[in-house]
Design a binder for this molecule. Sequence first.
Ligand code: GLN
Length: 553
Amino acid sequence: MCRSELYNRYNSKIVDTKYIFVTGGVVSSLGKGIISSSLARLLLSRGYRVTIQKFDPYINIDPGTLNPYEHGECYVTVDGHEADLDLGHYERFTDIRTTRANNVTTGRIYQSVIDKERRGDYLGKTVQIIPHITDEIKRNVKLLGNTGDYDFVITEIGGTVGDIESTPFLEAVRQLKWEMGRNALFVHLTYVPYLKAAKELKTKPTQHSVKQLQSLGIQPDILVLRTEKELPVTMRRKVAQFCNVAPEAVIESLDQPTIYQVPLRMHEQGLDQMVLHIMGVGDAPEPDLTQWNTFLHKLAAADKTVTIGLVGKYVALQDAYKSICESLMQAATRLDHKVNIVYVNSEKVTEGNVEEQLKDMAGVIIAPGFGQRGIEGKFVALKWCREHDVPTFGICLGMQCMVIEFARNVLGLKDANSTEMDFHTPYNVIDLMEEQKNIMNMGGTMRLGAYACELAEGSRVAQAYGTTSISERHRHRFEFNNEFLDRYESAGMKCTGRNPDANLVEVVEIPGKRWYIGTQYHPEYSSTVLHPNPIFIDFVKAAIAYSETEQKK
Ligand code: GLN
């Protein structure tokens, strides 16, 4: 029986899971995550079952302990894994829910091998990088594929070919290719620089990068060349010839106005067709990109702009609030608007300048975060927003700041604070959760992942979601202190979302206001291009209404 007979778009599957490995060369930050996500989008749109995973060569067990300045935002999966921000791209492009199995680091691999060594699993053997570390990598690479739930598993290898750190991963996938034959394929992403002085595109770095890969025993099947200028056909042929790949397998990835155009460009260039062809999948249905195109069309057609202020301390770093920015863009697009996000450095917000900094905002987001730095500016911003009735959205630490500001300025609880910022505060309106009190280790020990939340009937937040039962992802140690709840409720700040099992306050809002809501959870992690999170849509809607009516007065 041939593959095409075995494949049926809706109720059958490709017999063997197929593994696509995506590597990068020449420089970092080329967008392997975007290429992987785009390929996943295309294969999904053809009806295949796809997942994407990332193998990161650093020694941290996960990025949860990394400063956003090092690695951008820490993304959280439904099962409570603190993950690389590329997993956010994967979910936003594909609507696939990733898990801990989708993001593995060198640290995790070593930890597991060392645990096995201590248990005596290798008794009598010298434990070595090859075969023990590489076997553990291989085992992890195949974990999701072995569930039988996927036709394609796309594996992005973090780092750049030639890095000492990524070598064991490349050795492991080299072995896998040898074992899997046609069921494994390599896509290598490189950069073609344009030399202004010579007025020329240069393919030499690509040739070197491929040589380096070949010297490790890996022959790429497809090359994706990232470039700022169109590559002439002759140049692609030249690359094909030097690198042992078919000319049609040299794909150009020209800079795009938005990353969400990349799936279309890749399809036009034949990336998904090439993958299917090389892997021997015949009779593949054409991708159905109708919904994707609708989104892109709305994105391009939106002619009005809504301006949102994002008050946080990581202002110099666009990746630190990646998922929030993407969620705002998705929501605004749904509402036929462009979004202009203005970063407001919370360290610089004072009573004297807050009006100047926030007066042009149709809505304000108070960002999540950790620690004392920039916190007072968030209180100043919140007081101004609350008193001027600007649509305001507090996320995680932002919600906690809403609670603290309300305590200080409405309840009259002077010096109220979170015990994270002031351990000796007289009013610990935000306090360490009971189950966090004996935790000493910093890594992976917060309240993480998706938890159920019951929303109050008739509340704005329930209206926004269109339901009273939701599930959203968390990443925090501190919580609203229920001892103060009555005082808040009688003064007008209501708890409108609660965890049904632990009774923790998950949402607060001030009902009389235009839109003043804080969520202890992070709705930005579950917002995708095709399914923007309803709370972001509702917030942006309120911001648009405010800018079109009141703000104009
Ligand atoms: N620092 C706060 C806590 O741990 C908020 C965390 C966050 O914003 N993600 O509870």
